[in-house]
Design a binder for this molecule. Sequence first.
Ligand code: ZN
Length: 312
Amino acid sequence: MRRRGFVFSVLAASAFPPISPAAGQTRLKVVASFSILGDMVREVGGERIELTVLVGPDQDAHAYQPTPADARAVAAARVLVVNGLGFEGWIDRLARSAPFRGSRVVASQGVADPLRMAQEAHEGQSTRRAQRPARAVPDPHCWQDLANGRLYVRNIAAGLSEADPANAAFYRERAAAYDQRLAALDIWVRQQIAIVPADKRKVITGHDAFGYFGRAYGVAFHAPTGISTDEEPSAREVAALIRLIRSERIKAIFIENMSNPRLVEQIARDAGGVVGPRLYVDALSRPGGPAGTYEAMFRHNVPALVAGMLRN
Ligand code: ZN
């Protein structure tokens, strides 16, 4: 029977049938682009929504290739929740081809003072990179600052409420309870980082995904790769990072859950360092794993970062 509802909405070219509380049975169909957003949407929407997450646990959203099943989910969705700021480079094409006819929620909308980073336009060959101009692109990893995570939740609640006014009070209530937990978690993160003396707050990660974390919580992050995992650093950039690790005696070196650890492992070896535990960066772990939710991600990453930095 669900199938018939889908066919109907395709034929009804303009809009989806309204969700009325009287009909009751229809849950709002929502698609979230990646696992971290998916967890936030689930926290707000609870059992009143039918959620599909495109880029799953331990998967790299930068390098993702949408599947036919993704296109079907997007075509059937009333709400599409994306991070924005260029994180999902594949989403516009997917939404066009599906096609998506609902409303899009950009979770990062309204982030105060988005970070920008120089990203060299290149063709994958490191020798050519120096000849090509750098351009400033926005850093999309806003969720690594819990203040931004709370903004994401507000945007998600507003988007769900607008698409499904009958359940607006339900979404707002759940978002408010979730926001209180995230506010408490933000205080806890600050307390944990405060354990580390300021001159030891230096960390090496796989790609530049911790800019917002660093700005919010006072930690300097360095990475061989830029804000997207699909860039390749030049030999010169890698050598500079190894010199930095040696001269600053950085012991806090981490691999990421959703990208290839080889480069960081090689750099750690060459610099005479040891790689610490895996950080959850652009994706959650599987449910029940060490970072199955957005909150669990901080509870896993922060103690690992603190222990690593205390060795610096
Ligand atoms: Zn990333």
